[in-house]
Design a protein around this ligand. Structure first.
Ligand code: DGI
Ligand code: FE
Ligand code: FE
Length: 194
């Protein structure tokens, strides 16, 4: 799908503020894709559509999670997590995007998961550091993202888990698995094992 067509579809789903956020994520994702040799067209489309379901009513999202047999554990965690898998579903249904790599980048953009593809990492990080974001640590996250994709991913997921723990909120298992995955791969690498 062409960029302008995708933007037109997504604009109808979002508030102006969220649309501006989406443009920021798109610009950042294309930049990271170029830098880390990820398909720029896929990064662009995944970024444009990543928050497609953000404003769907909770009961509609809940129904899709049950009907599509997504992880029902989601229903016990923060509803903020729901728009990611539901977004992947609706982008396929309503916008006709069939590319599984793009759909997975949307599906995992909030929680992350272990063994993320580079495209998934690019979207996850772009969402975290786009120019409109301002929170303690975002400047450092931006700097790291210019140097190392996995270090940027580790920084982002660690900060997110810390943020949730400070608020005494539950952490969805995929997010912990992402954190453990990067830390353990890093350890193996430092010890020169395969
Ligand atoms: O949709 P956005 O606001 O652009 O960003 P997002 O899709 O990354 O949503 C982030 C929100 O989700 C943030 O307020 C933290 C919240 N959240 C709640 N529980 C979890 C969680 N994020 C992760 N990664 N893991 C959780 O368990
Ligand atoms: Fe999101
Ligand atoms: Fe977002």
């Amino acid at each position: 799908m062409e960029r302008n067509k995708a933007l037109e579809l997504v604009a109808k789903q979002l508030t102006e503020k969220r649309y501006i956020h989406t443009l920021g994520v798109t610009e950042t994702a294309v930049h990271l894709a170029e830098k880390y040799r990820v398909d720029e067209k896929k990064a662009e489309l995944a970024a444009i559509f990543h928050d497609y379901a953000k404003f769907r009513p909770l009961n509609e999202m809940k129904q899709i999670i049950v009907q599509e047999k997504f992880d029902e554990l989601l229903l016990h965690y923060n509803p903020e997590l729901w728009h990611a898998p539901v977004g992947a579903y609706l982008v396929q249904q309503e916008a006709g995007i069939q590319d599984i790599e793009i759909l997975d980048a949307i599906r995992y953009h909030t929680s992350g998961r272990k063994n993320m593809t580079d495209l998934e990492k690019v979207i996850y990080i772009a969402d975290y550091i786009e120019p409109g974001r301002s929170f303690p640590g975002v400047e450092e996250a931006r700097k790291i993202a210019e140097k190392d994709l996995d270090e940027a991913l580790l920084f982002s997921v660690r900060n997110t888990i810390q943020f949730l723990m400070d608020k005494q909120q539950a952490v969805y298992p995929d997010t912990f698995e992402l954190y453990n995955d990067i830390v353990m791969k890093k350890e193996r690498y430092m010890h020169g094992k395969k």
